[in-house]
Design a protein around this ligand. Structure first.
Ligand code: FPP
Length: 255
């Protein structure tokens, strides 16, 4: 989807700090072309590169990409293997690019479940980029929100048992701090491609006040241009976080 939108139309000061994306539709993209699903994932990897670079150009601080869910282990073995090969390839081929652009790589999810070679390449890229502050790229790998929240609950329970924490000290903030995203801001904008209206076990805690944007575009066809249009839409939304607008009086009547 090409557009004539100029990036200067975006108000830099009201860009989202954290954008998260559910990259869906690779399989359908391939099916439409009578190709193997893996071809869709390959093309999807190209979109990943384009979107990482778009976020860096705009100065977006955090980008989280849902690359492999806890449920995705249930896909055919050959597809899981192909996805792991693509992930490893990305972690190796983008290492210098991420490093040169000041982007810190982070993995959200069950790192221990990843094949050793993928884990090693991820650790290498994370080590190399660990001091960067321009942008954080979170790859959600073997990630599921329910697993993340359960794990946080277990970690808090251990702290209570050891006397490090009192039960009444378990708050919204302490629970947030024990998630994979601990210390990061919640996403302001969650984009899902391919037209499905679901969160699919993605950032369910963190999504509390996120703006949601669903596009029918399949992930391999998603582009920088469409992303810019979505950002313009985001900037026109009225985010109230459960409160009333600022231009109302204390009793809620419009000023
Ligand atoms: C969902 O589409 C997509 C995935 C399960 C994998 C996402 C992976 C990539 C975009 C490529 C590799 C990632 C990186 C970070 C290099 P689907 O297969 O469920 O599509 P469908 O719903 O049309 O079948």
């Amino acid at each position: 989807m090409k557009s004539d939108i100029n990036v200067s139309e975006l108000e830099k000061e009201s860009l989202p700090v954290h954008v998260a994306m559910i990259m869906d539709g690779n399989g359908r993209w391939a099916k439409k072309r009578l190709m193997n699903r893996v071809k869709g994932h390959e093309q999807g990897s190209r979109t990943v590169r384009e979107i990482v670079s778009a976020c860096r150009e705009l100065g977006i601080g955090f980008l989280t990409l849902y690359a492999f869910s806890t449920e995705n282990w249930g896909r055919p073995k050959a597809e899981v293997k192909a996805l792991m090969i693509l992930l490893k390839r990305f972690l190796v081929s983008e290492r210098d690019e991420l490093n040169n652009k000041g982007i810190r790589l982070n993995i959200l999810g069950q790192k221990e479940k990843l094949p050793a070679d993928v884990r090693e390449e991820a650790e290498r890229t994370m080590d190399l980029t660990r001091n960067h502050t321009e942008m954080v790229l979170n790859l959600a790998l073997s990630y599921g929100s329910r697993e993340e929240i359960t794990r946080a609950a277990q970690r808090l329970a251990h702290k209570v048992r050891s006397g490090e924490l009192r039960p009444e000290e378990i708050t919204d903030e302490t629970l947030s701090a024990h998630l994979y995203t601990g210390g990061m801001p919640d996403p302001d904008l969650i984009i899902r491609t391919s037209g499905e209206f679901r969160l699919s076990n993605f950032m369910m805690w963190q999504a509390a006040y996120a703006e949601l944007f669903i596009t029918r575009t399949l992930w391999p066809d998603f582009s920088k241009e469409e992303f810019h249009k979505i950002l313009i839409d985001f900037q026109q939304r009225d985010r109230r976080f459960g409160k009333v607008k600022c231009n109302t009086s204390n009793d809620g009547s419009p000023l």
